[in-house]
Design a protein around this ligand. Structure first.
Ligand SMILES: *Cc1c(COP(=O)(O)O)cnc(C)c1O
Length: 405
């Protein structure tokens, strides 16, 4: 491969950019994972993950992709034949639902056009009609990475409550964790699922389940065979059990550093930064869209995700062409369209270790790709930059603003 000068801009919605501090922290020799030093470090991670989920419950770490933690939620909480409600949001809700069926669960859904959030009213109606309480869990994707739509978790919690239904509330927060607020105890979420390669800024390879008291109690009753995924087994007395096997040491070194970085920035600032960067991206896409060839996939502005923007192309324009030129010619890697959206959307990830010029750089590269392909568009860079200027934190007060006009 020929040398490519400069930075390659990674804007896939996972994996995301890994900060040097995290990568350097991982650059360590193997250690004895039963040593007190390593165990103390691991225990500090388990403890310090809790506030990142807003929980006083338990957080479990798996050496797996997010799919592993998805499966963990099923096998710890439900038994074959149980009914779960998984409202459709896009490709990820669909695949999670297929996993439910593969594990012998009965899956109900609420159809969706992949451009709108889950309708809490529809959830409430289904639960109200379930007078025998056959539905054991409501499983929802918070931010659907395939569509760039975020659903309202508090509204869904209220819907479950309004229906007076005892179902467990399980949230796939893989694309929203550490980009968008989701304090699980305060919001009545029983289980949140996350993974390392998105907002956490780590390499792929770890997944997480944050589990509240109601779900821990349900897991104690659940008879489904399980061992690696078992929350009960992992809460056993031996520390060794916490990972159910050899600890993923280098990932834990990186995790410690990532938690420290998040602590230094402050969670509220992390959420605020993601919101600003998302708004800048969405303003740019709106300007591009005035040419008539593109459109933000999420129809309602208030449902647009803080971590990922999916952009639809007009009929006859292959979104893969834009993605290929952006990556191969302008060094900006975006996500492609998944499943029903293949060729119809490309996706800009804006989660994790990003600042303003990184996002402006990515937008510039994509805009150059639109020009290269002669796709009608208006420039969106000025709108994005103005928004960032208007909403920037006030670190510097110009001595006398008049001198700048
Ligand atoms: C990325 C993602 C997944 C899958 O995570 P893997 O680590 O690839 O298994 C699931 N759900 C959502 C919402 C995601 O963004």
């Amino acid at each position: 491969m020929a040398h490519r000068p400069g930075l390659q801009f990674l804007h896939t919605p996972g994996p995301t950019h890994i900060p040097d501090r995290v990568q350097n922290a991982m650059h360590q020799k193997a250690v004895d994972f039963a040593s007190p030093d390593f165990m103390d470090l691991a225990v500090s991670c388990f403890d310090d993950l809790k506030p990142l989920f807003g929980t006083e419950g338990e957080v479990f770490i798996y050496t797996s992709s997010g799919h592993g933690a998805w499966e963990a939620a099923f096998v710890n909480l439900f038994e074959p034949g149980d009914v779960v409600l998984i409202p459709e949001t896009g490709r990820f809700s669909r695949v999670w639902g297929e996993m439910a069926e593969a594990l012998g669960l009965e899956m109900e859904t609420i159809p969706n056009d992949w451009r709108h959030a889950i309708d809490p009213g529809a959830v409430e109606t289904i639960l109200r009609n379930d007078t025998e309480h056959r539905i054991r869990g409501v499983l929802v994707v918070h931010t659907e990475t395939a569509t760039g739509v975020t659903s309202d978790m508090q509204a869904i919690r209220r819907a479950i409550h309004a229906a007076g239904h005892p179902a467990l509330f399980v949230v796939d927060a893989i694309a929203s964790w550490l980009t968008t607020e989701l304090p699980i105890d305060a919001w009545g979420v029983d289980v949140a699922i996350a993974a390392s390669q998105k907002g956490l800024m780590l390499p792929p390879g770890l997944s997480f389940a944050a589990v509240g008291d109601k779900a821990l109690a349900a897991a104690k009753e659940c008879k489904t065979f399980r061992e690696y995924w078992s929350w009960n087994a992992r809460l056993g007395v031996e520390q060794y059990r916490r990972f159910c096997g050899t600890a993923p040491e280098q990932h834990i070194f990186g995790l410690r550093e990532a938690i420290d970085i998040l602590g230094e920035e402050g969670l509220d600032n992390v959420f605020h930064r993601h919101r600003r960067l998302a708004a800048a991206v969405q303003l740019a896409v709106e300007a591009w869209s005035r040419g008539g060839a593109l459109e933000v996939n999420a129809v309602r502005p208030e449902e647009r995700a803080d971590s990922i923007t999916a952009i639809r192309t007009t009929e006859g324009l292959d979104a893969e062409d834009i993605r290929r030129v952006a990556r191969e010619v302008f060094d900006v890697a975006c996500g492609g369209g998944l499943a029903d959206l293949a060729g119809k959307v490309f996706r800009i990830g804006h989660m994790g270790d990003l600042n303003d010029p990184m996002v402006l750089g990515a937008l510039g590269g994509i805009e150059a790709a639109l020009g290269y392909l002669d796709i009608a568009h208006q420039s969106g860079l000025a709108d994005a930059a103005s928004h960032l200027a208007e909403t920037a934190p006030h670190l510097i007060e110009p001595a006398d603003k008049r001198q700048y006009v």
